[in-house]
Design a protein around this ligand. Sequence first.
Ligand code: SAH
Ligand code: MG
Length: 220
Amino acid sequence: MMDEQLNTYLYETLLPKEDWVLEMEQQAKKDHVPIMDPVSMEFIMQLIRLHQPVNILEIGTAIGYSALRMLQANPDAAIITIEKDDTRYHQAVRNIERQQHSGQINVIHGDALDEISKLVETGTVFDLVLIDAAKGQYKRFFELAAPLLRGGGLVLSDNVLFRGHVADPASANPRHAKMVEKLRDYNKWMMEHTAFSSSIVPVGDGIAISIKTAERSTIR
Ligand code: SAH
Ligand code: MG
């Protein structure tokens, strides 16, 4: 996506990370788990420091890397994160237990398309939703999660520029063509959504920031 030199430079500006962070990055690399790239992760952590979300919903836990790092950015957060893959769910639970954060990060094992609907029944209101799962289903995830978000809350969508191919579909491998088309549709739909103000940032694999319009008071 981004110029290689620019990305390398940004990567090099990052401060040294704790051993457990590096270990999780290595575990992900070894097992080919697509965790958020470190520069994007730092960007999301900065958004969390700015916005101070307490109740966070994450769609796509993988091994728990982004959940643990979001908690680093706001130690007062309570995170619900959903993962459908069996192996990754168990790895996430183990990694979160190891960091002694099971009290603050609740990993739900299931398909987010079912699990988000169940959360609606619990009446939980979220300050931030991170969408980082099957890219063909972003619109469904967004539609399901939007009612759970408070006015002024954020939806962050990762990978919305998918290696630059979203801006240049002809450059995509044919087996990615459908997903790239879906991401283009998603980005257009999200940018035009009248209940949200959105902005797409070309950091890492592309992150969209959507702010839910605050409920209007009667004062004008
Ligand atoms: N957020 C993680 C990376 C997530 S990778 C991090 O940065 O550390 C995407 C994950 O979403 C994969 O583990 C995949 O199994 C999961 N996933 C894909 N579709 C899903 C769905 N419908 N419900 C729940 N999890 C899903
Ligand atoms: Mg991602």
